[in-house]
Design a protein around this ligand. Structure first.
Ligand code: DX5
Ligand code: ZN
Length: 229
């Protein structure tokens, strides 16, 4: 069982009109990564953020970015992103016949490579690229929109992914994205997730302030790992 826990606030859900001040708050709260959803209106129906958002964030913060590419043929687009060495870039297995090439293109730019699997995509899709991965993202919703309900069977898939990474001796981080609510985060943590993408279901949930939501989410994750903090 992994004890790692990285919180990755989903900036597509944050108050963009005060981005810099908000990122400063996230830094103070101890956020580990900043999740950046990029959508092309093709791989998913929606549009979201864009290439220019990446250098903007790098000017604002030293936190590593967790860039989630929901775009067709990502291997042709990696070069458009000004990446920093500690950034993660995650591509979807369903978005290209050239997954290996896409992962190699990310590492060739000096960044860390991730592969995302939609709910219906078998874990087997990452079997022959395990050595090329720094992160495996199990989508717990169908990508494209915030505020959706958990696809329940992805929890069992998450558990299997943990077993697969451990059995292979892989150091890749296991990430979850989609409906990471306070309740679901605890279960996802029990299932062995390392990286938790925090969107409208937790960090940006209405009612509490940001610090309260952050602490509540952090506690749920620690509890899921059987910790006492
Ligand atoms: C969905 C996005 C997520 C989303 C998750 O495609 O990748 O980052 O913001 O946040 P929730 O599900 O909590 O709204
Ligand atoms: Zn995402």
């Amino acid at each position: 069982m992994s004890k790692a826990a990285y919180l990755s606030p989903s900036l597509a859900c944050c108050p963009l009109e005060r981005l810099e001040a908000h990122v400063r708050e996230l830094e103070q709260l101890g956020a580990d990564l900043l999740h950046v959803d990029i959508m092309d209106g093709d791989f998913v129906a929606n549009y979201c953020l864009g290439t220019e958002f990446v250098p903007l964030l790098h000017r604002i913060t030293r936190l590593p970015l967790d860039i989630h590419l929901m775009v067709q043929r990502p291997e042709q687009k990696i070069a458009y992103f000004a990446l920093a060495p500690r950034d993660f870039v995650t591509v979807h297995a369903e978005s290209t016949p050239h997954v290996h090439k896409a992962l190699a293109a990310i590492r060739a730019q000096g960044a860390r490579a991730g592969l995302a699997l939609n709910p219906a995509t078998p874990l087997e899709a990452c079997r022959w690229v395990l050595d090329d991965l720094d992160l495996l993202l199990i989508m717990t919703i169908n990508p494209g929109f915030a505020g959706q309900k958990l696809v329940a069977q992805t929890l069992e898939k998450l558990r299997s992914a943990r077993e697969m990474l451990d059995a292979a001796g892989s150091a890749a981080l296991l990430a979850v994205d989609g409906n990471v609510s306070f309740e679901n985060a605890k279960t996802m943590s029990q299932c062995g997730a390392d990286v938790f993408v925090a969107g409208t279901s937790s960090l940006y949930a209405k009612g509490n302030d940001l610090a309260q939501n952050y602490e509540k989410l952090r506690r749920a994750i620690v509890e899921g790992k059987g910790g006492a903090k």
